[in-house]
Design a protein around this ligand. Structure first.
Ligand code: SAH
Length: 344
């Protein structure tokens, strides 16, 4: 029998499970707190639950607990990259970043990815499977267990496309922000998408105050078609209005990620075009030097050129920052650690 992973359940489902076991529903909330808030690894740690019920739970359910297959720490100690293994032997990467404002966990939503972005290592071998809400949650708990520190921010920027695994991603966000969960502030959650327009529209309807980050990487369809195949399905003429709609509906500024690749998308005329595309919109551009991936041919833009690019954008009154890079010494580019480890 396949046992239920308890981090996969929300409080209503947990209450239901407890009812089915002949218990009072309030036990469901208590157990959610043990599982999602305290992150217990053993059933016998649930001290306000009778021994009898703990045994029944143990027979029917399991506690996620991921295995750390690999762990790399940057020289300055501020970035730790994990390769977490699930019980079925699949593995994903997660990253902890220590900032002055808190601890940020970057988590994966799928094993592999089917979006095919040309510069990304996660997608090289396609998608293996979606992660469940609990498997996304378990990455955050795994990081907290390992470091002994509270995670205050979550970015959905690991492997996979969160809006291609919509239901599980939303369930994860609801659980991790819930009063019976880790109570991470909704405003401290960032969901990054390659631009799945129907998903962005649906997300706007959820009325959650999360930050939407959109991986743009090109200022026109011709170039974006080449480096991000999803653009052929949802071109900029659909994507940008959906982002505007998101900003209007939620009142939240949209972040555009723009990874600079030398000679590909980093010229000043690209910056002018990007400025025109985004002018007047409630948004922010994150400029990121591309992380060269062994299997891909892209090189990074010089710091000087990045600063020029930023200035041009600012002339169009588009806000931009150059993303602080962390963990370049530990294969922090998406998918690199998994590829290296699984091949060995
Ligand atoms: N599928 C989602 C989230 C995962 S990728 C998305 O596309 O947004 C997280 C971010 O890293 C995206 O902006 C992605 O385009 C970027 N990225 C992937 N590979 C990269 C690389 N080699 N260098 C720089 N950024 C990269």
């Amino acid at each position: 029998m396949n046992k239920v992973n308890l981090t996969d359940l929300d409080v209503a489902e947990m209450e239901n499970l407890l009812l089915c076991m002949g218990e009072k529903p309030f036990r469901g909330r208590q157990i959610c707190q043990w599982v999602l808030q305290k992150g217990v690894k053993e059933f016998n740690q649930m001290s306000n639950i009778s021994k009898d019920l703990r045994q029944k739970l143990q027979q029917a359910t399991k506690l996620g607990g991921l295995n750390i297959l690999a762990r790399q720490q940057s020289d300055d100690g501020n970035t730790i990259k994990y390769l977490f293994e699930f019980p079925d032997g699949e593995a994903v990467e997660s990253v902890l970043m220590k900032h002055s404002y808190g601890r940020s966990a970057c988590v994966s939503t799928q094993v592999g990815c089917r979006m095919g972005c040309r510069f990304c290592a996660s997608t090289l071998e396609g998608m293996v499977r979606n992660l469940t809400a609990g498997e996304i949650y378990d990455q955050v708990l795994g990081i907290q267990h390992d470091t002994g520190e509270r995670v205050s921010h979550v970015v959905l920027m690991g492997s996979g496309e969160p809006l291609d695994n919509y239901h599980n991603t939303i369930k994860f966000i609801k659980n991790i922000t819930a009063p019976y969960g880790l109570q991470i502030s909704v405003r401290h959650i960032t969901l990054s998408t390659c631009g799945i327009v129907p998903g962005i529209k649906q997300l706007a309807q959820e009325k959650m105050q999360i930050t939407l980050a959109v991986s743009l990487h090109a200022p026109n369809d011709q170039l974006r078609d080449q480096i991000m195949p999803i653009n052929r399905k949802y071109p900029l003429g659909q994507l940008i209005p959906a982002c505007k709609q998101y900003a209007e509906h939620t009142g939240r500024r949209v972040t555009f990620e723009y990874s600079l690749m030398r000679g590909v998308n980093d010229r000043e005329d690209h910056a002018v075009e990007l400025g025109e595309l985004l002018r007047g919109m409630l948004c922010h551009v994150n400029l990121i030097p591309v992380n060269p991936v062994k299997e891909r041919e892209y090189d990074r833009t010089s710091r000087e050129q990045i600063d020029k690019f930023k200035k041009v954008l600012e002339q169009s009154r588009v806000n931009a920052t150059v993303r602080k890079e962390m963990g370049a010494d530990i294969d922090a580019a998406c998918g690199q650690l998994r590829r290296k480890t699984m091949k060995n």
